[in-house]
Design a protein around this ligand. Structure first.
Ligand SMILES: *Cc1c(COP(=O)(O)O)cnc(C)c1O
Length: 334
């Protein structure tokens, strides 16, 4: 592990904001009447699931592509993500006129493949595991000179995600507590770096699911460790932070006040609540902040903002959840 890298700072995040301005949407904030009543302080929801491609990942990907040299842009970008990072990277590359290949194993469901293709990327199906897909990415980098864009542990990605923090401070200037979904920690690192630089008194609370929360386990261990990936409604929060983590582990440890966990039932309740009370469709990963509020497991003396980080949920699953069905993905094969 190396923690010698300087943290991403406010200047880098402000430059990212300029770089992504033409491609990325400024997403709205809604005051939630129901959650304000429940919490006893104003609760705002940052509607980032209405971002183009359905998640904040477009911010980091757009910044990373914008920061490539002309030579790197000619060589093109590659990634392995089948989820929101893949969508964001595909869209960002197309918007910049840069070739993009997303590699995935043949076990990836057709809906995910179609989601990536719809954003204009080339999809390469290789092998039957994530490792084999990663092998193809490595080959494209070493043999074809393409540029690998990772999903979170990368300065330009973190700076891009941090733009969400700057936006939020302008939209909710008196915010006291910000609830941020956490997986690899790119979003929470960027948001914390942006907000703490301007308002060190604001409390940043990371939220993950109980099942397979890698960053939470790494913070407890004091270093990056391997964590088993488990099926969860918050599927965009799965996966490890990388044993050779360069930035997001140290930034989360030093800038984020705490990382807390929510259960599958709490996540389902939040998806349901946001649909019926706020009339928004969000995925499980975007629901963890609301889950914490609904469970009354967060106290704040002042206004709270929760980031609804994404909306890419299987609509059949969403339908079952909002209809009150007890959807237990932990019994389904991951
Ligand atoms: C990727 C993702 C997260 C977590 O972001 P990290 O930077 O990996 O911590 C949260 N919500 C959604 C919807 C995501 O796609």
């Amino acid at each position: 592990m190396s923690t010698s890298h300087a943290f991403v700072d406010l200047g880098e995040i402000e430059r990212a904001r300029v770089a992504i301005a033409g491609t990325v949407r400024t997403t709205p904030v809604n005051l939630s009447v129901s959650l304000t009543d429940l919490a006893g302080v104003p609760v705002s929801l940052k509607l980032e699931h209405t971002q183009i491609t359905g998640s904040f990942k477009l911010r980091g990907a757009t910044n990373a592509v914008a920061c490539l040299s002309d030579d790197e842009k000619r060589r093109g970008v590659v990634g392995v993500s089948t989820g929101n990072h893949g969508r964001g990277l595909a869209y960002a590359a197309r918007a910049a006129g840069v070739r993009c290949i997303i590699c995935m194993s043949r076990l990836v469901p057709q809906a995910k493949i179609d989601g990536i293709k719809a954003q204009g990327a080339e999809v390469r199906i290789v092998g039957s595991s994530q490792d084999e897909a990663q092998g193809e990415v490595d080959r494209l980098v070493t043999e074809d000179g393409m540029i690998m864009i990772p999903p979170f542990d990368h300065r330009k990605i973190i700076a891009g995600q941090g733009t969400l923090g700057l936006e939020l401070l302008e939209q909710v200037p008196d915010v006291a507590t910000v609830l941020v979904p956490v997986s690899g920690g790119g979003l929470v690192s960027g948001v914390a770096a942006a907000i703490k630089a301007r308002r060190p008194d604001v409390r940043i609370v990371g939220v993950s699911m109980q099942r397979g929360a890698a960053m939470h386990a790494c913070l407890a261990a004091g270093k990056p460790v391997l964590v088993e990936e488990l099926a969860t409604l918050a599927d965009s929060l799965g996966g490890g932070i990388g044993l050779d983590n360069q930035l997001t582990f140290a930034m989360t440890r030093d800038l984020v006040d705490e990382v807390v966990l929510v259960s599958e039932a709490e996540i389902a309740a939040a998806i349901r609540h946001v649909y019926w009370q706020e009339r928004q469709i969000i995925e499980g990963s975007g629901a963890v902040g609301v889950a914490l509020l609904l469970a009354r497991r967060i106290e704040s003396a002042g206004p709270v903002a929760a980031i609804l980080s994404g909306g890419n949920i299987d609509m059949k699953q969403h339908h079952r959840i909002i209809s009150g069905e007890d959807v237990d993905v932990t019994k389904e094969v991951a």
